[in-house]
Write a protein that binds this ligand. Sequence first.
Ligand code: NAD
Length: 355
Amino acid sequence: MTAFWTEADFDDHEHVQLVRDRKSGLTAIIALHSTHLGPGAGGTRFWHYAEPKDAIRDALRLSRGMSYKNAMAGLPMGGGKAVILADKNRTKTPEMLAAFGDVVNALGGRYVTAEDVGISEADMVAVSKRTDYVSGLPVTGDDAAGGDPGPFTAMGIYHGIKAAVQHKLGKTSVEGVHVAIQGIGSVGGGVARLLARDGAKLTLSDINEDRAKAFARELGGEYAAPEAVMSVSCEVFSPNALGAILDDEGIARLDAPIVAGGANNQLARQGHGQKLADRGILYAPDYVINAGGIISVAMEYLCKQHGEPCDINEVRKRIAQIPGRLEEIWQESASTGVSSDAVADRMAQKLIGRG
Ligand code: NAD
């Protein structure tokens, strides 16, 4: 077996833990990339992987992404991520979640978890019965921050798309702007609703065809099949499903001047940011534009640590800073000729003491 530290995606991660609990059937990986700015914060993904090495790759890449994301969002948090390896039937039991909570607890606060793909608010409540190092728990009242991070992530992406449209197309509104959205889940669905409210023209796609069609009917958009959405001729392609979709073939298929969406790790490899730039496509670095959820989750956690209620307006204020950060990146990219993803990486590395 290859050693961890020779894995292509290993980036001096501080801690990588392989978890196997025979009793509950839990198999998981917890990766802490950096705790330079604070506890490693990042959600738990519950997913069926064809090969265990795909799960390791995901944990390594996602946790590094969280270090960069938290740093660029100005949060006093490091980067971590957990991946629970689901079986083919995606069997998830209370015992599994309890065992996972015990493992998080044993890390003594070095890792703080929350929801990600395949993990619901109710799952996090179950995990919170075993550990306090959890965020994204249900909240009561409209003015309390916290709870499901999806709507906050969607809000940040909506602001980011508007900033990209202004930067690239010189338009101050998304009214009539054609946006193709891949993945109509918690994040993509929220982005679709916010854009529809402003009169954007939507093309919606999901492997759950019924869901995408229902959204298209509700919001007055078009439906595109999953294999067709990346080649839709539009102004913004917004990936909100899974990562690594921007590879050589994916980039060649794009027919949009802007890529701006919430999926983590959209670029299959590092050089793909440059390939987008070479095609004249404006790219919003994923971990910068999709920071809304972690801003809410981190604020909820930090307020809880200090025993204070968390003000949703403070969360909204921080999310509204995402466009400014994107603009800074795009301007530096334009003036240096370095692709926007590489500019963001350099900024983030400096912030986590690795510049
Ligand atoms: P979700 O599970 O609610 O939604 C994902 C959707 O994508 C599902 O409806 C699924 O059917 C669909 N999908 C999967 N593969 C697809 C494909 N090939 N083509 C079209 N649709 C496909 O998850 P989510 O919370 O909305 O997260 C979406 C993405 O955003 C993930 O990459 C996640 O890591 C990232 N993200 C989420 C948050 C958050 O707050 N939830 C925060 C930051 C980043």
